[in-house]
Ligand binder design. Sequence first.
Ligand code: ADP
Ligand SMILES: Cc1ncc(COP(=O)(O)OP(=O)(O)O)c(N)n1
Length: 287
Amino acid sequence: MDWLLPVSRPGETPVRALTIAGSDSGGGAGIQADMRTMSLCGVHGCVAVAAVTVQNSVGVTGVHEIPPETVAAQIRSVVTDIGVGAAKTGMLSSAPIIEAVVAECADLGIGNTGRGQKIPLVVDPVAASMHGDPLLRSDALDALRDLLIPQATIVTPNLDEVRLLTGINVVDSETQAHAAEKLLELGAEWALIKGGHLRSSAESRDLLTNGTERHELTSYRVQTGNDHGGGDTLAAATACALAHGYSVPGAVTFAKRWVTKCLESAYPLGAGHGPVSPLWRLLPLGS
Ligand SMILES: Nc1ncnc2c1ncn2[C@@H]1O[C@H](COP(=O)(O)OP(=O)(O)O)[C@@H](O)[C@H]1O
Ligand SMILES: Cc1ncc(COP(=O)(O)OP(=O)(O)O)c(N)n1
């Protein structure tokens, strides 16, 4: 499997990446999906918890936000000591948390800070769970759009998040390209419009662009209802490859391949949607 990321030798310090996101008690998405992805990609994951959700395979029944200053302190603590090659945001829940994350990242040189970019930042603009339960307060949308997205090296919305951020209803490749332009206008360096929710299509096609370059990443559509955590897995795998020094198109190409393997290995769990799974990585090569 020559497309996988290099893994450090026992005793060597591995490449590190940071996830700033919410906890999913069901273990399928959020920080749990990010950490699983990072570990099985051979990257040491660091964590800044932004919120704790009460969540299982059928829905989210509670959200407890972490104080914004504690979210910021977690980021500073790991970046100044452990050091990270890339960072990723997921569920941030509220405007004060987004503001704290934006300020801390800017100060630490994470993302587009206006002072040159030192550490790439993947922004997964999580707004709701796949069950439709809110993971972002409605009054936090402006902060996400106006403060966090301009700081993104790459923003990775699904089609519901695209509609929320741009007002565009993506139904085909033309509207997908139009939505990508709108996200670049908000200030992101790259936009990846994920096509997973276009379920009528036989393929799952994502569009990546920075306004100059344009890449289509296409896979066959895996027939599964167990796709919980797919967006987190894609964004976390992108952060892992960026932490290794990959270009943005190179990182997303790796991540797309990774998430497709994880969708093929997804398993049922509980009464609802099971998670995509990176456990295929633990099987003997070639099995
Ligand atoms: N059934 C599927 N088969 C193959 N790829 C898929 C499938 N569903 C989603 N994907 C891919 O998984 C990634 C996550 O996409 P998506 O489901 O749109 O995001 P989210 O999990 O944030 O809602 C994207 O690369 C998308 O193309
Ligand atoms: C705590 C938490 N964070 C993010 C999500 C959403 O996960 P994602 O992979 O973007 O998408 P779905 O699994 O909902 O399709 C979550 N549910 N919980």
